[in-house]
Design a protein around this ligand. Structure first.
Ligand code: PLP
Length: 407
Protein backbone atom coordinates (compact mmCIF):
# COMPACT_ATOMS: atom_id res chain seq x y z
CA UNK A 1 0.00 0.00 0.00
CA UNK A 2 1.39 3.38 -0.98
CA UNK A 3 0.35 6.84 0.18
CA UNK A 4 -3.35 7.66 0.33
CA UNK A 5 -3.32 9.89 -2.71
CA UNK A 6 -1.74 7.15 -4.84
CA UNK A 7 -4.81 5.02 -4.09
CA UNK A 8 -7.50 7.49 -5.18
CA UNK A 9 -8.14 5.53 -8.36
CA UNK A 10 -8.97 2.50 -6.22
CA UNK A 11 -11.27 4.16 -3.70
CA UNK A 12 -12.66 7.64 -4.16
CA UNK A 13 -11.75 9.63 -1.08
CA UNK A 14 -13.27 12.82 0.29
CA UNK A 15 -11.28 16.04 0.02
CA UNK A 16 -10.83 15.92 3.80
CA UNK A 17 -9.10 12.52 3.61
CA UNK A 18 -7.03 13.43 0.55
CA UNK A 19 -5.65 16.47 2.37
CA UNK A 20 -4.56 14.35 5.34
CA UNK A 21 -1.76 12.90 3.24
CA UNK A 22 0.22 10.43 5.30
CA UNK A 23 3.44 8.51 4.79
CA UNK A 24 3.75 4.94 3.62
CA UNK A 25 1.69 2.86 6.08
CA UNK A 26 2.86 -0.45 4.57
CA UNK A 27 6.37 0.00 5.98
CA UNK A 28 6.59 -0.70 9.70
CA UNK A 29 8.00 2.26 11.58
CA UNK A 30 7.77 4.71 8.68
CA UNK A 31 7.04 8.31 9.68
CA UNK A 32 3.38 9.40 9.78
CA UNK A 33 4.33 12.76 8.24
CA UNK A 34 5.90 12.29 4.80
CA UNK A 35 9.56 13.20 5.39
CA UNK A 36 11.19 16.16 3.68
CA UNK A 37 13.66 15.30 0.90
CA UNK A 38 15.94 18.29 1.41
CA UNK A 39 18.40 17.21 -1.25
CA UNK A 40 19.35 18.72 -4.59
CA UNK A 41 20.24 15.38 -6.11
CA UNK A 42 19.50 11.65 -5.88
CA UNK A 43 21.84 8.64 -5.93
CA UNK A 44 21.97 5.99 -8.65
CA UNK A 45 22.81 2.33 -8.17
CA UNK A 46 24.56 2.05 -11.54
CA UNK A 47 25.44 3.88 -14.74
CA UNK A 48 22.28 2.93 -16.62
CA UNK A 49 19.82 3.23 -13.74
CA UNK A 50 16.82 5.51 -14.11
CA UNK A 51 15.66 6.64 -10.66
CA UNK A 52 12.29 8.36 -10.26
CA UNK A 53 14.03 11.53 -9.03
CA UNK A 54 17.41 12.69 -10.31
CA UNK A 55 17.80 16.40 -9.68
CA UNK A 56 15.50 18.71 -7.70
CA UNK A 57 15.13 21.30 -10.48
CA UNK A 58 13.22 18.58 -12.35
CA UNK A 59 11.42 16.78 -9.53
CA UNK A 60 11.68 16.20 -5.81
CA UNK A 61 9.72 13.77 -3.57
CA UNK A 62 8.50 16.55 -1.25
CA UNK A 63 7.07 18.46 -4.22
CA UNK A 64 5.67 15.27 -5.79
CA UNK A 65 3.69 14.48 -2.63
CA UNK A 66 2.03 17.90 -2.77
CA UNK A 67 1.38 17.46 -6.51
CA UNK A 68 -0.44 14.18 -5.89
CA UNK A 69 -2.59 15.79 -3.23
CA UNK A 70 -3.51 18.85 -5.30
CA UNK A 71 -4.28 16.76 -8.40
CA UNK A 72 -6.42 14.30 -6.40
CA UNK A 73 -8.49 17.17 -4.97
CA UNK A 74 -9.79 17.80 -8.51
CA UNK A 75 -9.88 14.14 -9.65
CA UNK A 76 -6.97 14.99 -11.93
CA UNK A 77 -3.46 13.61 -12.47
CA UNK A 78 -0.75 15.05 -10.20
CA UNK A 79 -0.57 18.84 -10.37
CA UNK A 80 2.61 20.68 -11.40
CA UNK A 81 3.98 22.83 -8.58
CA UNK A 82 6.08 25.97 -8.87
CA UNK A 83 8.06 28.34 -6.69
CA UNK A 84 5.23 30.92 -6.74
CA UNK A 85 1.79 31.44 -8.25
CA UNK A 86 3.28 33.80 -10.84
CA UNK A 87 5.90 31.21 -11.81
CA UNK A 88 3.00 28.79 -12.46
CA UNK A 89 1.23 31.38 -14.60
CA UNK A 90 4.42 32.15 -16.53
CA UNK A 91 4.90 28.45 -17.34
CA UNK A 92 1.26 28.21 -18.39
CA UNK A 93 1.57 31.18 -20.75
CA UNK A 94 4.86 29.91 -22.21
CA UNK A 95 3.36 26.46 -22.75
CA UNK A 96 0.33 27.69 -24.71
CA UNK A 97 1.35 30.94 -26.38
CA UNK A 98 3.65 31.79 -29.28
CA UNK A 99 4.62 35.15 -30.85
CA UNK A 100 1.57 36.52 -32.68
CA UNK A 101 -0.96 34.88 -30.33
CA UNK A 102 -3.69 36.67 -28.43
CA UNK A 103 -5.15 36.26 -24.92
CA UNK A 104 -8.54 37.32 -23.57
CA UNK A 105 -8.21 38.02 -19.85
CA UNK A 106 -10.70 39.13 -17.21
CA UNK A 107 -10.13 42.64 -15.86
CA UNK A 108 -10.72 41.35 -12.32
CA UNK A 109 -7.67 39.07 -12.22
CA UNK A 110 -4.79 39.48 -9.77
CA UNK A 111 -2.69 42.57 -10.61
CA UNK A 112 0.47 40.48 -11.08
CA UNK A 113 -1.29 38.50 -13.83
CA UNK A 114 -2.21 41.74 -15.59
CA UNK A 115 1.39 42.99 -15.26
CA UNK A 116 2.81 39.75 -16.66
CA UNK A 117 0.54 39.87 -19.71
CA UNK A 118 0.67 43.63 -20.26
CA UNK A 119 4.32 44.38 -19.53
CA UNK A 120 6.24 41.18 -20.26
CA UNK A 121 4.40 38.96 -22.74
CA UNK A 122 3.57 41.99 -24.89
CA UNK A 123 7.33 42.25 -25.58
CA UNK A 124 7.19 38.70 -26.97
CA UNK A 125 4.48 39.80 -29.43
CA UNK A 126 1.70 38.21 -27.39
CA UNK A 127 -1.23 40.62 -27.09
CA UNK A 128 -4.01 40.66 -24.51
CA UNK A 129 -7.51 42.12 -24.49
CA UNK A 130 -8.81 42.76 -20.97
CA UNK A 131 -12.56 42.28 -20.63
CA UNK A 132 -15.29 42.37 -18.03
CA UNK A 133 -15.49 38.58 -17.68
CA UNK A 134 -18.95 38.83 -16.10
CA UNK A 135 -20.13 40.04 -19.53
CA UNK A 136 -20.20 36.96 -21.77
CA UNK A 137 -20.90 38.98 -24.91
CA UNK A 138 -17.78 41.06 -24.29
CA UNK A 139 -15.72 37.87 -23.99
CA UNK A 140 -17.21 36.38 -27.15
CA UNK A 141 -16.68 39.52 -29.20
CA UNK A 142 -13.07 39.88 -28.01
CA UNK A 143 -12.01 36.48 -29.33
CA UNK A 144 -9.96 36.73 -32.53
CA UNK A 145 -8.71 34.07 -34.94
CA UNK A 146 -5.33 34.13 -33.15
CA UNK A 147 -6.79 33.88 -29.60
CA UNK A 148 -5.36 30.83 -27.81
CA UNK A 149 -6.21 31.44 -24.16
CA UNK A 150 -9.10 32.75 -22.07
CA UNK A 151 -7.92 33.52 -18.52
CA UNK A 152 -10.40 34.38 -15.77
CA UNK A 153 -10.53 34.66 -12.00
CA UNK A 154 -13.75 34.11 -10.06
CA UNK A 155 -14.56 35.58 -7.58
CA UNK A 156 -12.63 38.59 -8.90
CA UNK A 157 -10.07 40.49 -6.86
CA UNK A 158 -11.00 42.63 -4.87
CA UNK A 159 -14.63 43.22 -5.93
CA UNK A 160 -15.56 39.50 -5.79
CA UNK A 161 -17.61 39.72 -9.00
CA UNK A 162 -18.60 36.27 -10.24
CA UNK A 163 -17.88 34.82 -13.65
CA UNK A 164 -19.84 31.88 -15.05
CA UNK A 165 -17.19 29.18 -15.66
CA UNK A 166 -19.53 26.88 -17.61
CA UNK A 167 -20.52 29.67 -20.00
CA UNK A 168 -16.85 30.65 -20.47
CA UNK A 169 -15.99 26.99 -21.15
CA UNK A 170 -18.65 26.87 -23.89
CA UNK A 171 -17.32 30.04 -25.51
CA UNK A 172 -13.75 28.73 -25.27
CA UNK A 173 -14.60 25.36 -26.78
CA UNK A 174 -16.67 26.97 -29.61
CA UNK A 175 -13.51 28.87 -30.61
CA UNK A 176 -10.87 26.23 -29.87
CA UNK A 177 -9.46 28.34 -27.03
CA UNK A 178 -8.04 27.01 -23.73
CA UNK A 179 -9.82 28.18 -20.57
CA UNK A 180 -7.73 28.74 -17.42
CA UNK A 181 -9.33 29.74 -14.10
CA UNK A 182 -7.38 31.28 -11.22
CA UNK A 183 -9.03 29.52 -8.26
CA UNK A 184 -6.72 30.86 -5.56
CA UNK A 185 -9.48 32.53 -3.50
CA UNK A 186 -11.81 29.52 -3.22
CA UNK A 187 -9.39 26.56 -3.52
CA UNK A 188 -10.62 23.15 -4.79
CA UNK A 189 -12.54 22.71 -1.52
CA UNK A 190 -15.04 25.43 -2.45
CA UNK A 191 -14.84 25.42 -6.26
CA UNK A 192 -13.56 22.87 -8.79
CA UNK A 193 -13.17 24.70 -12.12
CA UNK A 194 -12.44 21.49 -14.10
CA UNK A 195 -15.90 20.16 -13.15
CA UNK A 196 -17.40 23.17 -14.95
CA UNK A 197 -15.43 22.66 -18.15
CA UNK A 198 -12.24 24.65 -17.48
CA UNK A 199 -9.06 23.17 -18.96
CA UNK A 200 -6.73 24.34 -16.18
CA UNK A 201 -7.08 25.44 -12.56
CA UNK A 202 -4.41 27.90 -11.49
CA UNK A 203 -3.36 28.45 -7.87
CA UNK A 204 -1.14 30.61 -5.80
CA UNK A 205 -0.68 28.01 -3.04
CA UNK A 206 0.95 30.85 -1.08
CA UNK A 207 -2.58 31.85 0.00
CA UNK A 208 -5.26 29.55 1.46
CA UNK A 209 -3.68 26.23 0.38
CA UNK A 210 -0.62 26.78 2.57
CA UNK A 211 -2.77 28.88 4.88
CA UNK A 212 -0.09 29.80 7.41
CA UNK A 213 1.86 32.48 5.50
CA UNK A 214 5.05 30.42 5.59
CA UNK A 215 5.55 29.01 2.06
CA UNK A 216 5.46 30.54 -1.40
CA UNK A 217 4.12 28.29 -4.15
CA UNK A 218 1.95 27.91 -7.20
CA UNK A 219 0.32 25.03 -9.01
CA UNK A 220 -1.44 24.07 -12.23
CA UNK A 221 -4.08 21.32 -12.28
CA UNK A 222 -5.45 19.84 -15.49
CA UNK A 223 -6.75 16.61 -16.99
CA UNK A 224 -4.89 17.26 -20.27
CA UNK A 225 -1.79 15.10 -19.86
CA UNK A 226 0.03 16.56 -22.88
CA UNK A 227 -0.41 20.05 -21.48
CA UNK A 228 0.90 18.89 -18.09
CA UNK A 229 3.95 17.37 -19.79
CA UNK A 230 4.63 20.59 -21.66
CA UNK A 231 4.28 22.60 -18.45
CA UNK A 232 6.72 20.25 -16.66
CA UNK A 233 9.18 20.69 -19.53
CA UNK A 234 8.95 24.47 -19.23
CA UNK A 235 9.42 24.22 -15.48
CA UNK A 236 12.59 22.19 -16.07
CA UNK A 237 13.87 24.65 -18.69
CA UNK A 238 13.20 27.74 -16.58
CA UNK A 239 14.07 26.30 -13.16
CA UNK A 240 10.73 27.39 -11.69
CA UNK A 241 10.02 24.38 -9.45
CA UNK A 242 8.97 24.82 -5.82
CA UNK A 243 11.67 24.24 -3.21
CA UNK A 244 11.49 20.92 -1.28
CA UNK A 245 11.03 22.79 1.99
CA UNK A 246 8.11 24.87 0.69
CA UNK A 247 6.56 21.75 -0.87
CA UNK A 248 6.84 19.97 2.46
CA UNK A 249 5.45 22.95 4.44
CA UNK A 250 2.53 23.25 2.03
CA UNK A 251 1.78 19.50 2.25
CA UNK A 252 1.49 19.97 6.00
CA UNK A 253 -0.54 23.18 5.67
CA UNK A 254 -3.01 21.59 3.27
CA UNK A 255 -3.99 18.97 5.86
CA UNK A 256 -6.29 21.48 7.54
CA UNK A 257 -7.39 23.27 4.36
CA UNK A 258 -10.95 21.83 4.29
CA UNK A 259 -11.59 22.73 7.94
CA UNK A 260 -9.94 26.13 7.67
CA UNK A 261 -11.60 27.31 4.47
CA UNK A 262 -15.06 26.14 5.50
CA UNK A 263 -14.79 27.85 8.91
CA UNK A 264 -13.24 31.03 7.49
CA UNK A 265 -15.86 31.12 4.77
CA UNK A 266 -18.75 30.74 7.23
CA UNK A 267 -17.28 33.50 9.40
CA UNK A 268 -16.86 35.74 6.33
CA UNK A 269 -20.51 35.19 5.47
CA UNK A 270 -21.59 36.36 8.95
CA UNK A 271 -19.30 39.37 8.79
CA UNK A 272 -20.52 40.32 5.30
CA UNK A 273 -24.13 40.15 6.49
CA UNK A 274 -23.40 42.30 9.56
CA UNK A 275 -21.38 44.82 7.53
CA UNK A 276 -24.31 45.20 5.16
CA UNK A 277 -26.48 46.28 8.14
CA UNK A 278 -24.04 48.81 9.62
CA UNK A 279 -24.20 52.53 8.96
CA UNK A 280 -20.94 54.04 7.70
CA UNK A 281 -20.52 51.22 5.14
CA UNK A 282 -21.74 52.06 1.66
CA UNK A 283 -21.16 48.75 -0.17
CA UNK A 284 -20.33 45.16 0.81
CA UNK A 285 -19.09 42.49 -1.60
CA UNK A 286 -19.30 38.79 -0.82
CA UNK A 287 -20.81 36.06 -3.02
CA UNK A 288 -23.22 35.11 -0.19
CA UNK A 289 -24.93 38.49 -0.77
CA UNK A 290 -25.29 37.92 -4.53
CA UNK A 291 -28.72 38.21 -6.11
CA UNK A 292 -30.37 37.09 -9.35
CA UNK A 293 -28.04 35.54 -11.92
CA UNK A 294 -25.00 36.04 -9.67
CA UNK A 295 -26.69 34.05 -6.91
CA UNK A 296 -27.41 31.28 -9.42
CA UNK A 297 -23.72 31.24 -10.47
CA UNK A 298 -22.58 31.18 -6.83
CA UNK A 299 -24.91 28.31 -5.98
CA UNK A 300 -23.89 26.29 -9.03
CA UNK A 301 -20.12 26.84 -8.76
CA UNK A 302 -19.43 27.03 -5.05
CA UNK A 303 -19.30 24.07 -2.68
CA UNK A 304 -19.54 24.35 1.11
CA UNK A 305 -19.26 28.16 1.22
CA UNK A 306 -18.48 31.28 -0.78
CA UNK A 307 -14.97 32.08 0.37
CA UNK A 308 -13.21 33.90 3.18
CA UNK A 309 -12.63 37.23 1.41
CA UNK A 310 -15.07 40.12 1.95
CA UNK A 311 -14.64 43.58 0.47
CA UNK A 312 -16.46 46.67 1.65
CA UNK A 313 -16.44 50.40 1.17
CA UNK A 314 -16.50 52.72 4.11
CA UNK A 315 -17.92 56.23 3.91
CA UNK A 316 -15.40 59.04 4.22
CA UNK A 317 -12.95 57.89 1.55
CA UNK A 318 -9.21 57.61 2.05
CA UNK A 319 -9.02 59.29 5.48
CA UNK A 320 -11.80 57.20 6.99
CA UNK A 321 -10.24 54.04 5.52
CA UNK A 322 -6.88 54.94 7.12
CA UNK A 323 -8.44 55.62 10.52
CA UNK A 324 -10.38 52.39 10.27
CA UNK A 325 -7.43 50.11 9.47
CA UNK A 326 -5.16 51.82 11.98
CA UNK A 327 -7.77 51.37 14.72
CA UNK A 328 -8.15 47.62 14.21
CA UNK A 329 -6.54 45.26 16.69
CA UNK A 330 -7.38 41.78 15.48
CA UNK A 331 -7.15 42.43 11.74
CA UNK A 332 -3.63 42.99 10.44
CA UNK A 333 -2.79 45.35 7.59
CA UNK A 334 -0.88 43.40 4.90
CA UNK A 335 -0.86 42.79 1.14
CA UNK A 336 -1.94 39.16 1.35
CA UNK A 337 -4.97 36.89 1.75
CA UNK A 338 -5.52 33.34 2.91
CA UNK A 339 -3.89 33.08 6.29
CA UNK A 340 -5.27 31.71 9.56
CA UNK A 341 -5.06 35.28 10.88
CA UNK A 342 -7.54 37.91 9.68
CA UNK A 343 -5.82 40.23 7.22
CA UNK A 344 -6.91 43.57 5.79
CA UNK A 345 -5.73 45.36 2.65
CA UNK A 346 -6.41 48.87 1.35
CA UNK A 347 -6.34 48.07 -2.39
CA UNK A 348 -6.20 51.69 -3.62
CA UNK A 349 -2.88 52.35 -1.83
CA UNK A 350 -1.51 48.80 -1.86
CA UNK A 351 -2.39 46.12 -4.46
CA UNK A 352 -3.75 48.62 -7.00
CA UNK A 353 -1.52 51.63 -6.25
CA UNK A 354 0.00 51.50 -9.77
CA UNK A 355 -3.38 51.61 -11.50
CA UNK A 356 -4.38 55.12 -12.68
CA UNK A 357 -7.08 56.58 -10.38
CA UNK A 358 -9.82 56.82 -13.03
CA UNK A 359 -9.25 53.23 -14.19
CA UNK A 360 -9.15 52.00 -10.62
CA UNK A 361 -12.36 53.79 -9.65
CA UNK A 362 -14.18 52.60 -12.75
CA UNK A 363 -13.32 49.05 -11.64
CA UNK A 364 -14.99 49.82 -8.27
CA UNK A 365 -11.70 50.15 -6.37
CA UNK A 366 -12.37 53.44 -4.61
CA UNK A 367 -10.32 55.08 -1.85
CA UNK A 368 -12.75 53.77 0.78
CA UNK A 369 -12.63 50.13 -0.37
CA UNK A 370 -11.09 47.57 1.99
CA UNK A 371 -10.46 43.84 1.48
CA UNK A 372 -10.76 41.55 4.46
CA UNK A 373 -9.39 37.99 4.43
CA UNK A 374 -11.22 36.42 7.35
CA UNK A 375 -9.14 34.15 9.57
CA UNK A 376 -9.90 31.76 12.40
CA UNK A 377 -10.50 34.21 15.25
CA UNK A 378 -14.00 33.94 16.78
CA UNK A 379 -16.45 35.82 14.54
CA UNK A 380 -17.90 37.87 17.41
CA UNK A 381 -14.43 39.14 18.37
CA UNK A 382 -13.74 40.16 14.78
CA UNK A 383 -17.08 41.95 14.60
CA UNK A 384 -16.38 43.86 17.84
CA UNK A 385 -13.00 44.91 16.44
CA UNK A 386 -14.57 46.04 13.17
CA UNK A 387 -17.47 47.89 14.79
CA UNK A 388 -15.22 49.77 17.19
CA UNK A 389 -12.86 50.80 14.38
CA UNK A 390 -15.83 51.87 12.30
CA UNK A 391 -17.16 54.07 15.09
CA UNK A 392 -13.76 55.75 15.33
CA UNK A 393 -13.47 56.16 11.57
CA UNK A 394 -16.84 57.89 11.43
CA UNK A 395 -15.85 60.29 14.26
CA UNK A 396 -12.42 61.37 13.23
CA UNK A 397 -10.32 61.22 10.09
CA UNK A 398 -7.14 61.00 12.20
CA UNK A 399 -6.17 57.77 13.95
CA UNK A 400 -6.26 57.92 17.73
CA UNK A 401 -3.76 56.16 19.89
CA UNK A 402 -4.32 52.45 20.61
CA UNK A 403 -4.81 53.16 24.32
CA UNK A 404 -7.52 55.72 23.61
CA UNK A 405 -9.20 53.45 21.08
CA UNK A 406 -9.40 50.32 23.16
CA UNK A 407 -9.50 51.74 26.68
C1 PLP B 1 -5.47 35.42 -7.07
C2 PLP B 1 -3.97 35.37 -7.14
N1 PLP B 1 -3.38 34.70 -8.13
C3 PLP B 1 -2.03 34.64 -8.24
C4 PLP B 1 -1.23 35.29 -7.32
C5 PLP B 1 0.27 35.21 -7.46
O1 PLP B 1 0.75 34.34 -6.51
P1 PLP B 1 2.24 34.41 -5.87
O2 PLP B 1 2.26 35.61 -4.97
O3 PLP B 1 2.34 33.12 -5.15
O4 PLP B 1 3.18 34.53 -7.01
C6 PLP B 1 -1.81 35.99 -6.26
C7 PLP B 1 -0.95 36.69 -5.26
O5 PLP B 1 -1.42 37.49 -4.47
C8 PLP B 1 -3.22 36.04 -6.16
O6 PLP B 1 -3.84 36.70 -5.16
Amino acid sequence: MGSLTENVSVARLSADSICLNRGNASVDGSPLVPPIAQSTTFQRTGVGSDPKHQYSRVSNPSVTTLEQTLGALEDAPPAVCFGTGLAAETALFLSILRAGDHVVCGRGVYGGTTRLLQQLLSDLDISTTFVDSTNLEEIRSSIRPNTELLFIETPANPTLALTDIQACARIASDHGVILAVDNTFLTPILQRPLDHGADISVYSTTKFIDGHSVALGGSLVSKHTELLERVRFIRKCTGAIQSPFNGWLTTNGVKTLPLRIRAQSASAEHIAQRLSELSGISRVFHPSLAEGNDAAIANRQHLDGHGAVVSFEIEGGYEAACTFVESLRLCTLVEHVGSVETLITHPASMTHADVPTAQRESAGITDGLLRLSVGLEPTHELLSDIELALALASQSPCPQTEEAVHA
